[in-house]
Design a protein around this ligand. Structure first.
Ligand code: FMN
Length: 242
């Protein structure tokens, strides 16, 4: 890991980087895993999805579909997924491979930093597999968020459409920040497509890509936990004067 990658950008510093309201929204989004109990109305979610649909997509095909869950519908899905997680630990796998089987550097180092920061922040020793499992289980309750989204993509499309989907998902999360909400994207849900499909009447051609928890954060001014590599680590400039 290079020295620049060790820089941990705290929330305050991140905001200092923000030069305009859009920057503030981008820098203000973080993965929230503790939500307050306050509800989010259907009309707010509709607004978020209506603006998020302006994400670009190749040939404007708009390959996304979203299942929006709240109340009893969310609770039923959460209970079924938690039950599967606890009773069938090795039987659920995603229909797509999210992570590489082996991480080359610098990704390996970043993933290790993630694990250390994440579990340290929760007071969980990385060797404490039971506590880690309890934390993972919180995914299925959408971390206590009042709204859970399940995002799917048509499996007949190609890899390029996943770029489109990612842009849409980011738009959803940014539109949430613009309304004082936070979110957490969750690939964990993709593993449980066999339960989600019948529960949400997901057609066979749709593949579960991820879930998104969404609601008011429990701690409004929580500092950003996860660092980012600095510009020099990922950008190459040519042809500029100074
Ligand atoms: C597609 C995607 C899937 C993710 N899946 C999970 C997940 O299943 N559970 C979880 O707690 N966080 C998940 N995350 C959140 C990442 O851990 C988080 O984005 C990363 O550590 C950077 O932190 P930040 O979002 O707070 O900036 C996911 C993020 C993305 C983009």
């Amino acid at each position: 890991m290079s020295a620049s990658e060790e820089v941990v950008i705290e929330q305050g510093a991140t905001c200092e980087l923000a030069r305009n309201p859009i920057d503030e929204v981008i820098a203000g989004r973080l993965s929230c895993r503790e939500f307050s109990g306050s509800p989010v109305s259907r009309s707010t979610i509709e607004q978020i999805l209506r603006v998020a649909r302006f994400a670009p997509s190749g040939a404007n095909i708009q390959p996304w579909h979203v299942y929006v869950l709240a109340g009893a519908a969310k609770a039923e899905v959460s209970a079924a997924l938690l039950h599967a997680y606890e009773t069938e630990p090795n039987e659920h796998v995603s229909e797509y491979q999210y992570y590489a089987s082996a991480f080359p550097e610098p990704y390996l180092g970043r993933r290790q930093t993630f694990g250390r920061l994440f579990y340290d922040s929760l007071g969980i020793a990385q060797s404490d597999m039971a506590a880690r499992s309890r934390q993972t289980a919180k995914n299925f309750a959408f971390f206590g968020a009042p709204v859970g989204l399940i995002v799917t993509i048509d499996r007949r499309l190609a890899m390029g459409s996943w770029l489109d989907l990612g842009m849409f998902i980011q738009n959803v999360m940014l539109a949430a920040v613009g309304r004082g909400l936070q979110s957490c994207p969750q690939e964990t849900f993709a593993k449980y497509h066999r339960i989600l499909r019948p529960a949400l009447s997901i057609p066979a051609e749709q593949m579960v890509a991820c879930g998104i928890s969404m609601g008011h954060p429990k701690h409004q001014a929580r500092a950003r936990l996860m660092p980012r590599a600095d510009l020099e680590a990922f950008a190459s400039f040519k042809g500029f004067e100074n």
